[in-house]
Design a protein. Structure first.
Length: 316
């Protein structure tokens, strides 16, 4: 996809992991080319943003409907796919116009194409899953074949939705501020049609607006915190051209629990370099030989007891 399987999955997808939707979705929907998060707190905000949107959406399908509305969920999955397919490129295109005022955007093409391929892969998987679910009821004997495939696809899409909801199709590879922006725009566009058409899911005006606007308001608030932290802590601004953004390494991994305590002002934990067992040829503790010069007598030489011939003209 991005040239080869290795460049897309980073070698994480093997024949054995294909049978496990969790690992297959991780390899396919969180590719190796997506940059790692710059801050653990930002990563936690992403998870909170995704969980808030999911809880609000599931609440509509359960508590509001008086039971899990499976058919409506399938329809909304298709609707969400169409919205993602159009609104994501449109939003990114608007931002490219903003960035183009201060510099060229041609260098962003590889990252843009990777994100587009990831978007098409996810939307295509959703459409395939919905079509198979709708046709499984009348499959008859073929349900024995379709059943395991559909179950695998459900787990694959559910786990994939978790990944693309956090990285938003790898758009952080274009600009690290794009994922929270796209999450905000998408949730509002999913909610506003119900609000404008008056489809309040059988609730009154107050509760209907609360359930419809709960997800976009919550996601917007968390996305704003995410953008604010990126700007204040790392100098990353949404309106700034990606080429002008500061470059830095991702956050270092946490210190191992068995690592020795570091003195104040010491550098972060680094694994030991070189031979972990020391020099096998060097003198170790308790070495009986003097590590100094092999040719010079040392203090306390047992053979240097003075001249045995006494003093005289030839005495040393």
């Amino acid at each position: 996809m991005a040239g080869s399987q290795g460049s897309w999955t980073g070698g994480a997808l093997s024949a054995g992991s294909l049978w496990r939707p969790k690992y297959a979705a991780r390899a396919m929907f969180h590719p190796a080319w997506i940059p790692e998060s710059v801050d653990p707190a930002v990563e936690q905000l992403k998870k909170a943003r995704l969980i808030a949107g999911t809880v609000a959406a599931v609440g509509v399908y359960t508590f509001v409907e008086g039971g899990f509305a499976f058919d409506e969920m399938l329809e909304n999955m298709l609707t969400a796919s169409v919205v993602l397919l159009f609104i994501t490129p449109l939003t990114v295109g608007i931002m490219l116009g903003v960035w183009g005022r201060s510099g060229s955007v041609s260098a962003l093409k590889p990252s843009l194409f990777n994100s587009l391929k990831l978007l098409l892969l996810f939307v295509g998987t959703i459409v395939l899953t919905v079509v198979l679910l709708q046709s499984a009821g009348g499959a008859g004997f073929f349900i024995l074949v379709l059943g395991p495939i559909v179950l695998w696809l459900i787990g694959f899409v559910a786990r994939g939705a978790w990944h693309v909801g956090a990285n938003f199709f790898g758009t952080a590879g274009v600009h690290r501020c794009l994922p929270p922006l796209l999450a905000t725009v998408t949730t509002w566009l999913m909610a506003l049609p119900d609000l404008f058409t008056g489809d309040l899911h059988g609730l009154g005006l107050g509760l209907g607006i609360l359930f419809i606007l709960g997800a976009p308001i919550t996601v917007t608030g968390i996305a704003w915190l995410e953008l604010r932290r990126l700007e204040q802590r790392y100098g990353l601004r949404l309106a700034a051209h990606p080429a002008t953004q500061p470059r830095f390494a991702p956050a270092p991994p946490p210190m191992p629990p068995n690592a020795p305590p570091m003195p104040p002002g010491a550098p972060p934990y680094l694994p030991p370099q070189g031979n972990p067992y020391g020099n096998p040829y060097g003198p170790g503790p308790g070495q009986p030989y003097n590590p100094g010069s092999p040719y010079g007598p040392s203090a306390g030489n047992p053979y240097n007891q003075g001249n045995p011939y006494g003093s005289g003209p030839y005495a040393g």
